[in-house]
Ligand binder design. Structure first.
Ligand SMILES: [Zn+2]
Length: 279
């Protein structure tokens, strides 16, 4: 599948996030009501006094791409950039792009001001999901969901950096929380997308050598990231998601804390972002 198709869902979710309902609720930390993505991205944003930059598609002037972006990828990235520009004020320009990186990665580069996805990461996600699913259409959907999580994760790093948002504890965990609460839009689709993205961490954890665990790494262990995401998914609506608890699923001992974990994560991020949201 082409990258453009993968990012179509990211765009839909961004437009959901751009809903004025969420912006209003950001003041109270209340659960946002689900909003249907619209077909047209927000292109005309109200002027926000702090808005001095934009998300731009492509590479910063000093960065040379290893592979030129395809026209249809550019188009989808532009729609994502438009949605973000209508949603959040930025103090400077940030470039979003996809490139060959020689490793499966995605990253936010503060110095040059860019969010980059690597083609190799797409391939890795696809290979990972092939270990648990044979239906190519379902695999494509799982890759799509995981890319959305990755996009929101890198967006979190970017926002913490440019707005100097407070983040105590591990930043990697904080931006995982942002990614997850953005995906959990109180729809069944949002919940299933979150679970798919969490599953990638579960699959990745199978490659961890228990005798050679990287305790120094800035990221939590993949299996921990899996349970953290599932906990937030369950906690976003415990009555509806009771099926997530059980052996080989979310342990009861963690589940009892998840509703509060979700509410605090949601409230914290919405409070942090409220000054920069374009209403
Ligand atoms: Zn990260």
């Amino acid at each position: 599948m082409k990258i453009a198709a993968y990012f179509a869902l990211a765009l839909a979710l961004l437009l959901t996030f751009a809903s004025p309902v969420l912006v209003t609720n950001a003041q109270t930390g209340a659960k946002p009501a689900p909003a249907k993505p619209t077909a047209t991205p927000t292109t005309v944003a109200k002027k926000h006094p702090l808005d001095k930059g934009d998300f731009r598609v492509g590479f910063p002037p000093k960065v040379k791409a290893k592979q030129a972006m395809a026209a249809d990828d550019k188009k989808v990235f532009q729609e994502i950039a438009d949605a973000l520009n209508g949603l959040i004020a930025m103090p400077r320009d940030i470039y979003i792009n996809i490139d060959q990186c020689d490793e499966p990665n995605a990253f936010y580069d503060s110095r040059n001001g860019q969010i980059t996805f690597c083609y190799e990461l797409l391939e890795q996600y696809e290979d990972d999901f092939k270990t648990i699913e044979k239906d190519q259409k379902k695999i494509d959907g799982m890759v799509e969901d995981t890319l959305v999580q990755t996009l929101f994760h890198e967006l979190g790093h970017c926002l913490i950096d440019v707005w100097e948002l407070p983040a105590t504890g591990r930043e990697e965990d904080a931006v995982d929380q942002l990614a997850t609460i953005l995906m959990l839009d109180d729809t069944e689709e949002g919940t299933l997308s979150t679970i798919n993205a969490a599953l990638q961490f579960d699959i990745a954890s199978k490659n961890d050598d228990p005798n050679d665990l990287a305790f120094w790494d800035e990221h939590s262990f993949s299996k921990t990231r899996f349970y953290d995401m599932i906990c937030l998914a369950y906690g976003s609506n415990p009555d509806k998601h009771e099926w997530m608890i059980g052996p080989d699923k979310l342990p009861e001992s963690r589940a009892v804390r998840c509703e509060e974990e979700y509410q605090r994560a949601n409230r914290s991020w919405m409070k942090l972002l409220a000054p920069y949201l374009i209403g």
